[in-house]
Design a protein around this ligand. Structure first.
Ligand SMILES: [Zn+2]
Length: 284
């Protein structure tokens, strides 16, 4: 399997979920073994930052890249999932503001835009991260994420439990391929409780949040007029997030991830632990 990059193209402006900023994206091809690199074209010298777990500086509510104590690109996870599933190994993503557009709260737009005529095959073979030894991270509340060897691509097991009677206890378990991605994961939106939105907005976050870009739950009601897109849309979205977050490894992954009630923080800790011991993995 060869590495792939993208043709140059731009997409329409979109609003950032947390900042409320409007940002425009332009995609540019990149050389083999470049990885995914964000470029802030609105800043002096157009600083670049690679989408790597070691460049993640904040994981509160979203996955955010930065360096030197500054945050440069926020909320990258849905695009990263779209890039992973489209098989884009190398690309420059130009952005003219701090936060990625949220669009409809899923990865649909990102996945639609990488339709085949946007993808260019390169000569070098794709590199995979193959898990050789199990690694895991558990927080103080017992929420846990781990990864272990699995020979058949990427498998994800995810469990969530929320007090909301609409979410409750949900589980997902499957090998991730394009079929299940397109049917169940790609269009699954981010979700929250109305009281959380009220709180986040009171502290200056979720400024761009609306029923157009998130499923909002209020007790036993879904406030979005169209309801849910899938019966298990909430856990499906968590799978979308973890695929995107795990792509900050810099590789397509051969392994099985099992997560219980975790988020961006846990995924980032898992990657740090995985990479802390070269016995845990090999690059093939
Ligand atoms: Zn998300």
């Amino acid at each position: 399997m060869q590495q792939q990059t993208v043709k140059e193209f731009s997409i329409d402006d979109g609003i950032g979920l947390h900042s409320g900023n409007i940002a425009k994206l332009r995609f540019l091809p990149a050389k083999e073994n470049t990885g995914i690199v964000f470029r802030r074209v609105d800043l002096e010298n157009k600083p670049e930052i690679k989408a790597l777990y070691s460049n993640v500086v904040d994981t509160k509510n979203s996955t955010n890249l930065g360096f030197d104590g500054k945050m440069y690109v926020r909320t990258i996870e849905h695009l990263m999932c779209g890039l992973y599933m489209a098989g884009v190994d190398n690309a420059i993503v130009e952005i003219d503001n701090e936060e990625m557009p949220i669009f409809d709260g899923s990865a649909s737009i990102f996945s639609e835009m990488f339709k085949k005529d946007k993808i260019i095959a390169q000569n070098a073979p794709r590199k995979f991260l193959k898990v050789k030894k199990a690694a895991g991270f558990t927080d103080n509340n017992g929420n846990t994420v781990s990864i272990k060897p699995y020979n058949n691509g990427l498998k994800v097991n995810f469990e969530i439990e929320f007090p909301s009677p609409i979410v409750g206890h949900q589980m997902f378990s499957a090998k991730i391929d394009n079929d299940i991605y397109q049917k169940e994961i790609m269009d699954s939106r981010t979700f929250c409780e109305k009281y959380q939105v009220d709180y986040l907005q009171s502290i200056g976050l979720a400024k761009g949040g609306s029923l157009d870009n998130a499923v909002v739950l209020d007790g036993d009601k879904i406030l979005n007029p169209g309801g849910l897109r899938h019966e298990k849309e909430c856990v499906n979205h968590k799978v979308l997030d973890i695929i995107g977050d795990m792509y900050t490894s810099g590789y397509h992954i051969i392994g099985e991830i099992t997560a219980s009630k975790t988020g961006h923080f846990h995924s980032n800790e898992l990657l740090k632990i995985l990479f802390s011991d070269t016995e845990n993995y090999e690059i093939i």
